[in-house]
Design a protein around this ligand. Structure first.
Ligand SMILES: NC(=O)c1ccc[n+]([C@@H]2O[C@H](COP(=O)([O-])OP(=O)(O)OC[C@H]3O[C@@H](n4cnc5c(N)ncnc54)[C@H](O)[C@@H]3O)[C@@H](O)[C@H]2O)c1
Length: 344
């Protein structure tokens, strides 16, 4: 392997274009090719960065010297496209969610293991410095025993957003607000708390948008230590509010809004243990093209380093599947999508 991973991007839509741009600032990775079934989309990015364009994944995978791919196609295609790459011996980076269904993630992970290639996911909102400080403070016990965690993603997506791609809001390829928008918040909550909960009850209706999956999702969680959690997500919150994760423990509490830690208290904690920042810009609350967080480069850099060093990336399959496991448990508890009861 060269001193940089030679990457091909599969899917040149909103996030695929962003990967191609961000990789320009990633020292462990070099963009060499892009692919989209719409040839003009691939060509436009290829022209911009001076790389090869393909309209079939098989042709991209045959690009000379290609080491890895970044899968940026619709969510329900992620595992299938990752499998094609793994079977061609390429390392695989997959946008969030790694797939909509946990069984497909497990199939992809098993194939990558069998092929000896590295599988990584994107959860860029684990990477900002203050958020990492919170994770360390929780792991070091500063919040004491966790008793409550709340994750909310109260955004706005208009009908035009769902109409902008025939995969959006479908059960086969996307899911609704919990799988597409709130998955970042679900992941952050689970990662910080470090426990996988049971779903006590869930409500996932489609209230206002013309789409199959939920535009509102609320779930009550119970963690193995008895702590409670709540997940709230909607794409109907006019005009688009923040995301927030609140974690309360017996010795302290933290509130993270978007990527800012707006409140942190831990009994006896040293000054500056966590950087608290009350002011800041909003995120992707009402603008689908505003990629939340600005930490993609760090996530992709770390994936590239993992390949070069021959180790698991931080966001490996085991990490990426946790939010999807909870997502599927929520859908099951709510009786929606593949878990909907047949009506007579
Ligand atoms: N991490 C984040 O913050 C973030 C932000 C936005 C989107 N995403 C994720 O990225 C994925 C894509 O979202 P998007 O908004 O870019 O969608 P999009 O519809 O804009 O782009 C998807 C692209 O995939 C292409 N495509 C479909 N099938 C293909 C195939 N077989 N081969 C090659 N290309 C194919 C489409 O032509 C399209 O250009 C989703 O899973 C979404 O959840 C992540």
């Amino acid at each position: 392997m060269a001193d940089r991973v030679r990457l091909g991007v599969i899917g040149c839509g909103m996030i695929g274009s962003f990967h191609a741009q961000v990789v320009q600032d990633v020292s462990s990775i070099e963009l060499v090719a892009v692919c989209d079934i719409v040839p003009e989309k691939a060509q436009a990015i290829a022209d911009k960065y001076g790389v090869a364009a393909y309209s079939a994944i098989a042709d991209l995978l045959a690009h000379p010297g290609l080491d890895a791919v970044s899968v940026c196609t619709p969510s329900g295609m992620h595992a299938d496209h990752g499998l094609l790459a793994a079977r061609a011996g390429k390392h695989v980076l997959v946008e969030k969610p790694m797939d909509v269904w946990v069984e497909k993630i497990d199939e992809l992970a098993a194939a990558c293991k069998a092929q000896g290639v590295i599988l990584g996911g994107i959860f860029q909102n684990r990477f900002p410095r203050a958020v990492q400080q919170v994770k360390k403070a929780i792991d070091d016990g500063w919040l004491g025993e966790i008793v409550f965690a709340n994750g909310s993603c109260l955004w706005l997506r208009l009908q035009a957003y769902y109409d902008s791609g025939d995969w959006r809001g479908t059960w086969a390829l996307d899911g609704g607000v919990l799988s597409n928008q709130a998955i970042h918040t679900i992941d952050r909550l689970l990662w910080l708390v470090g426990m996988q909960p049971d779903v006590q009850s869930a409500y996932c209706p489609t209230l206002a948008r013309d789409m199959e999956a939920e535009d509102l999702g609320v779930a009550l969680l119970r963690f193995p230590n008895g702590a409670a959690g709540i997940i709230q997500g909607t794409t109907l919150a006019n005009p688009g509010l923040t995301t927030a994760v609140t974690v309360c423990g017996t010795k302290g509490s933290v509130i993270i809004e978007d990527n800012r830690v707006v409140y942190f208290h831990a009994d006896g904690a040293p000054e500056g243990l966590v950087e608290v920042e009350q002011q800041g810009a909003g995120g992707a609350s009402a603008d689908p093209s505003a990629i939340w967080g600005g930490a993609h480069a760090a996530n992709i850099e770390e994936f590239g380093r993992a390949i070069l060093e021959g180790r698991e990336p931080w966001v490996n399959a085991g990490e990426a599947r946790k939010a999807v496991q909870l997502l599927n448990d929520i859908y099951r508890a709510a009786g929606v999508g593949p878990y909907a009861k047949a009506t007579a």
